[in-house]
Write a protein that binds this ligand. Sequence first.
Ligand SMILES: Nc1ncnc2c1ncn2[C@@H]1O[C@H](COP(=O)(O)OP(=O)(O)OP(=O)(O)O)[C@@H](O)[C@H]1O
Ligand SMILES: [Mg+2]
Length: 443
Amino acid sequence: MNLKKENILIVDDNYDMLALLQRHLKKLKYHTYKASSVNEAIEVLKYTTIDLLITDLNMPNINGIELIRYSEEHYPAMLKLVITGMPSIDNAVKAIKSGALDYLTKPFTADELYKAIQTSFERIKNTLEVSEISIFSNNENENDSLIIGRSDSFRDILETINRVKNNKVNILIEGESGTGKELIARAIHEKGLLAKMPFIAINCGGIAEGLIESELFGHVKGAFTGANESRVGLFQAASGGTIFLDEIGNAPMSFQTKLLRVLQEKEITKIGAVHPEKLNVRIIAATNNDLQQMVVDGTFREDLFYRINVVNIKTTPLRERKEDILPLVQNFLEKYSVEFNKPQIRIDEKVNEILLRYSWPGNIRELENIMQRLIIMSDELIEIKHVPEQLKYHIHEQYENFKSLKEYEKDQILRVLAAVDYNKTKAAKILQIDRKTLNLKIN
Ligand SMILES: Nc1ncnc2c1ncn2[C@@H]1O[C@H](COP(=O)(O)OP(=O)(O)OP(=O)(O)O)[C@@H](O)[C@H]1O
Ligand SMILES: [Mg+2]
């Protein structure tokens, strides 16, 4: 795609900001249009085809969120980017929920602006799909299935969800504990064609070996001692929908073998039944084990691995996508402050900093638990004193690696001396101290 011919509309009540943006954009050879208020912007939109809207959020009279909402309704295909003066995630999240693709925080560099524009245009191909799903909920239960994230790796996953949701290909989701594997599986189901059909989750390590067959496939009355009633198995219960095989790495060998047969033959036979029944389900499996290694070790069947691993989704640990942390914090804050009846609660910036630095070994589940705890423990403001010690401890660890000023001074003097071949006069000049002081310090 030729990036240079796009029309961009910039909206900001600050004329200096408008001028600066226009200078940047002209250098990049975009056609730019300016507006200093939402009303002016709406006028421009009426008469021009704009590809990308870049708007400030805080403006007098009507603010940028309203403009995003308006253009979502009237120009859904137009790309939308917001700029926010206050580094308030709150507003940014609102903007993104209203249809913006991304946000930039002032002040930003020309480079950051360029990157944000470029990624917006790169996403033009699947904008409609991505913006539809990047933050979504199923209608009945607004907060329950919100999927939040803005990192590249997270966006890749959303794109894959979009690609697979409408067909019945088998999917394997791999990733650390608490990274949202089950949430992704449910999203694929709920967003796609099978949404109205059942979604059945099975914990593959949790069924007693002797019961596996009757649990999965059911039995007819009198099939074995104690089978007083016939029973529908989980596979039949999921008929037409999705079976989620959670913790597939924990499935005992006998389970694996039975599963493989089902996947190969696409039919099941109830215990005690004469005729098999056709099976029509989509399989999504999840694991936090390294299945490929298990295949090598001989603890997981290779043929089963290839059957389920048709599409592969790998979740990224939270510590490797830190840009998702604050949007998640904000989401949990909104969700649980309502649930715990503290709708006014706020979070201290310093606490955000700690949350950003922590390594989150338990990933999003751990973050969610911590947020619940923080909300319960505080009244109006979540402060450092409410934060559990283990989170702060990680920071102290990092602080321990910091050097003292004296050590920095020593390093710097040695570097300068080396650079000037140990000519002390030159070194003293560069360091802006006299020779005597330098000699003292060297000693
Ligand atoms: N992107 C996300 N946005 C919002 N909430 C999320 C997100 N990802 C995960 N969560 C929440 O984090 C918690 C853990 O997610 P989930 O149970 O899907 O993880 P998992 O990978 O299946 O973990 P495990 O391997 O331990 O079973 C859930 O409460 C889920 O709703
Ligand atoms: Mg899980």
